[in-house]
Design a protein around this ligand. Structure first.
Ligand SMILES: Cc1cc2nc3c(=O)[nH]c(=O)nc-3n(C[C@H](O)[C@H](O)[C@H](O)COP(=O)(O)O)c2cc1C
Length: 201
């Protein structure tokens, strides 16, 4: 199994990047999966425009290498911070770039983070409408990491919340691996017909 991890913060010193690195280490040690980690730090991707439909030059160096990594993955993990009660704009941009070609019928785990007590809104925003056309499948479990600066820092859990979050991450990774294996069968079934039905309803 290969898993793509996305860190959804544009910030240079971002907690999302730190959390995504922690989760990647668990991906490797707990479920022995291959991984590809992609950070939106410093906005590595241009803003979506129509030239992507004509394989515009700018996309060849920026997006296509990332798209290839995602295409060869069986599952995704989105580590997304809550900014002003929303997803950062770079995450929305990336979701516009992710087409059915890269992510359709692949399981995805959402991990939302907050330095305080919030963090629910990015989950609802992701779940509400970001898979209509690309057919990415968010698994029923998700994770909200509150007080993120105190979580997943040292080798040992700092407190009960940290211990709970670490256990929850491990549980979700095991589950994601099973969805990844199971959904291969759906993708290989021959039933999927994106020619007749290119967009979701
Ligand atoms: C522009 C901005 C807006 C924020 N708005 C919220 C918010 O609405 N809710 C919240 O819980 N935290 C908010 N925070 C605090 C973040 O939870 C905290 O900075 C966290 O570390 C962000 O993740 P990042 O470090 O990966 O960017 C905001 C942070 C930034 C930079």
């Amino acid at each position: 199994v290969k898993i793509t991890l996305i860190s959804g913060s544009h910030r240079t010193q971002s907690e999302s990047a730190r959390v995504s690195r922690y989760i990647e280490s668990r991906v490797k040690s707990l479920i022995s999966a291959d991984s590809f980690r992609f950070e939106l730090t410093n906005n590595p991707l241009p803003m979506w425009d129509e030239s992507i439909w004509d394989d515009g030059e700018v996309w060849k160096t920026s997006w296509l290498p990332v798209a290839d990594e995602i295409s060869s993955s069986d599952a995704l993990i989105w580590v997304v911070p809550e900014w002003n009660g929303m997803l950062p704009s770079g995450v929305i941009n990336l979701l516009h770039l992710c087409s059915a070609k890269e992510v359709s019928h692949k399981p995805a785990l959402i991990v939302s983070i907050s330095s305080s007590r919030n963090g629910a809104y990015p989950i609802s925003q992701m779940r509400m409408n970001t898979g209509k056309n690309n057919r990415m499948l968010y698994i029923p479990e998700h994770i909200i990491i509150r007080d993120v600066k105190q979580m997943l820092v040292g080798d040992a859990p700092a407190n009960d919340d940290d211990q709970f979050i670490r256990a929850r991450i491990d549980y979700c990774l095991r589950l994601l691996e099973q969805y990844a294996l199971a959904l291969r069968q759906v993708r290989e079934s021959g039933v999927i017909d994106h020619k007749s039905f290119p967009n979701g309803m």
